[in-house]
Design a protein around this ligand. Structure first.
Ligand code: PEP
Length: 252
């Protein structure tokens, strides 16, 4: 059975003290994760060690980075490698978030390299895909997402793909308050799963966790997560409020 995941993406928010408080508040809510459920917290780089220390004794709770570099090591001032993340116990890395694609010009080809280097160091990629508003309006979102999958993921072996989580994040829904309807999310998730089945076979597709991201909150998470191909969420704004994020976890 595939994993159900609630992943928090803090982005460039919170001080260390605020982040620590948020994690402690989430842990104190006494959430009982069921078999196969995971909570992932993606913090800014400087907080990863602390987050790992706070979460490591809680089964089912994991830490993610929000990015890593595409090269293994070397003269890349300011960058952070997958090996560095591995050396401090980071479990997941978000790759291909639309903000990275837009503000830092991350292409599908560069993301393919980042995925390779993350996997080489045992870090599981949470690969984000999703279309901008003009593509949705033109009703060409399936082809757009298929190209993202093809150019960043399809060089992987079936064994490698088992380590990958996909997050479908329609750009028009991120941080805008506009959520994809449960039907829109389900349709795209089913499409992604069908594409993976075509490339890697039915078993691989059925084992793949596909998360929804885009203005998910306690009020809509239940309906979204109830869709048969939605395996949880990647949560931005609502993950910064302990009560909201714990409410979302409870909908897994
Ligand atoms: C995100 O940035 O991954 C995200 C889904 O943000 P929000 O929940 O705030 O739309």
């Amino acid at each position: 059975m595939r994993k159900k995941i609630a992943a928090a993406n803090w982005k460039m928010n919170l001080t260390l003290a605020q982040g620590e408080q948020l994690i402690n508040d989430i842990l104190q809510a006494g959430i009982k994760l069921q078999e196969g459920q995971e909570v992932v917290v993606a913090t800014p780089f400087p907080y990863l060690l602390k987050a790992k220390a706070l979460l490591k004794n809680y089964p089912g709770f994991y830490v993610a980075a929000q990015n890593c570099y595409s090269e293994k090591s070397g003269a890349y001032t300011g960058e952070v490698s997958a090996e560095m993340l591995q050396s401090i116990g980071v479990d997941y890395v978000i790759l291909g978030h639309s903000e990275r694609r837009e503000y830092f010009q991350e292409s599908n080809a560069m993301l393919a390299k980042k995925i390779d280097v993350a996997l080489a160091y045992g870090i599981k990629p949470i690969f984000c895909c999703g279309e901008p508003l003009e593509i949705r309006k033109a009703e060409t979102q399936n082809a757009y997402v298929a190209k993202q999958l093809e150019e960043s993921l399809y060089h992987l072996t079936a064994e490698q793909l088992k380590q990958v989580v996909i997050a479908y994040e329609p750009i028009w829904a991120i941080g805008t308050g506009l959520t994809a309807s449960a039907q829109q999310a389900q349709d795209m998730h089913a499409y992604i799963r069908a594409q993976i089945a075509e490339k890697y076979g039915r078993e691989a597709a059925l084992g793949l966790s596909i998360l929804y991201g885009g203005s998910a909150k306690p009020g809509n998470a239940g309906e979204l997560f109830a869709c048969p191909d939605v395996d949880g969420g990647l949560i931005g704004g609502a993950s910064l409020v302990a009560a909201d994020f714990t409410a979302i976890i409870s909908k897994l």
